[in-house]
Design a protein around this ligand. Structure first.
Ligand SMILES: Cc1ncc(COP(=O)(O)O)c(C=O)c1O
Length: 331
């Protein structure tokens, strides 16, 4: 059976909820069809909880350079004008601070009593592979606890082993109240999830949120198979190992080059920041059979498959290194 109304129990959905909450220390799961929808659910949790606390116009703190999706609320949460332009009026109830800046966050949290939550990526993906300083997420967690705010982590891009742990925040000691997933969760089959714990897990009840197709038997079976395979083959550890390998090779090849401002990443999320905009490299890489992306105008962003081997990693490093050197020479 591909689909049934969510009025009925779906055993695969229950199993998937159990598997994900066990991996993440969350307590409850809501299933939907995409990352943007998962973030919409998270935003609704924050707002509803705010209302329950008597805050009529709740505000969520979001970060510069973030990406949370393309629905109206999530593009408003996104810290990139290009994503928002032409779709005004934007949604109320968001305030923005620089990423990786605890002081700015502390200032907003102290100054505005209507703030109910902080919503962040544990490392910026679209924003140019920005890994925050160690201690940042713990600091955010502490501020949230101090001010009674929910910490929402968007792991749509970073989750499911991508950074070398099941979820990127597991590189830190911070545990979110709400965490969103999509992308790799179904390995191509569309499924998103919004997970929550503590009082954040009690907010949504039947009638306050829902989805016709979310969590149907087909997508949940796919996600269960993904988790089983990733467990059996220890894919997060493999991503950690291959990510270190790639980063080291790239650093050996490019770190001394003054045209390369930084080579950075975590696990299989790797960014190479060049001194000038380099969007043309996407096409040039494609001509050589390699799929890359350029984000934040001058950051080559690579998210290779988690199953590549060293020979394939060497091929990626050789191709990208050549492209950067040629781009620099053509300058
Ligand atoms: C961090 C993050 N959040 C949310 C989204 C939106 O996910 P979807 O395209 O499945 O709606 C993306 C997509 O790139 C993302 O990278």
């Amino acid at each position: 059976m591909l689909h049934t109304s969510n009025l009925y129990r779906i055993p695969a959905q229950e199993q998937l909820g159990a598997a994900l909450t066990e991996l993440s220390q969350m307590e409850r799961a809501f299933f939907c069809n995409s990352g943007a929808e998962a973030n919409e659910a998270a935003i609704k949790i924050c707002r509803y909880r705010g209302h329950k606390k008597g805050i009529d116009l709740p505000v969520i703190v979001v970060a510069e350079g973030s990406f949370h999706g393309r629905t109206l609320a999530t593009l408003t949460a996104t810290g990139n004008r290009k994503v928002q332009a032409g779709f005004e009026p934007l949604v109320q109830g968001f305030v923005r601070v620089p990423y990786n800046d605890l002081e700015a966050l502390a200032g907003v949290a102290a100054a505005r009593s209507e703030v109910v939550a902080v919503m962040l990526e544990p490392l910026l993906g679209e924003g140019g592979i920005v890994v925050p300083d160690s201690g940042y997420l713990e600091g955010v967690r502490e501020l949230c606890d101090q001010h009674g705010l929910l910490l929402v982590l968007d792991e749509v891009q970073t989750g499911m082993g991508r950074t070398g742990r099941w979820f990127a925040h597991q590189h830190s000691a911070a545990i979110p109240d709400v965490m969103t997933l999509a992308k790799a969760l179904g390995n191509g089959v569309p499924i998103g999830a919004c997970l929550a714990r503590g009082d954040a897990a009690e907010v949504l009840v039947p009638g306050s949120h829902g989805s016709t197709f979310g969590g149907n038997p087909l997508v949940c079976q796919a996600a269960l198979a993904v988790i089983k395979t990733m467990r059996d083959e220890d894919i997060p550890a493999r991503a950690a190992h291959m990510g270190d390998y790639l980063l080291t090779r790239f650093q050996e090849q490019l770190a001394a080059n003054e045209f390369v401002l930084s080579v950075r990443g975590r696990g299989m999320m790797i960014g190479i920041e060049l001194a000038s905009p380099c969007g043309d490299l996407v096409r040039q890489a494609l001509d050589r059979g390699l799929l890359i992306n350029v984000t934040a105008q001058r950051v080559i962003r690579m998210l290779p498959p988690l199953i590549i081997d060293e020979a394939q990693a060497d091929q990626i490093v050789a191709t990208v290194t050549d492209l950067v050197r040629e781009f620099q020479a053509a300058g």
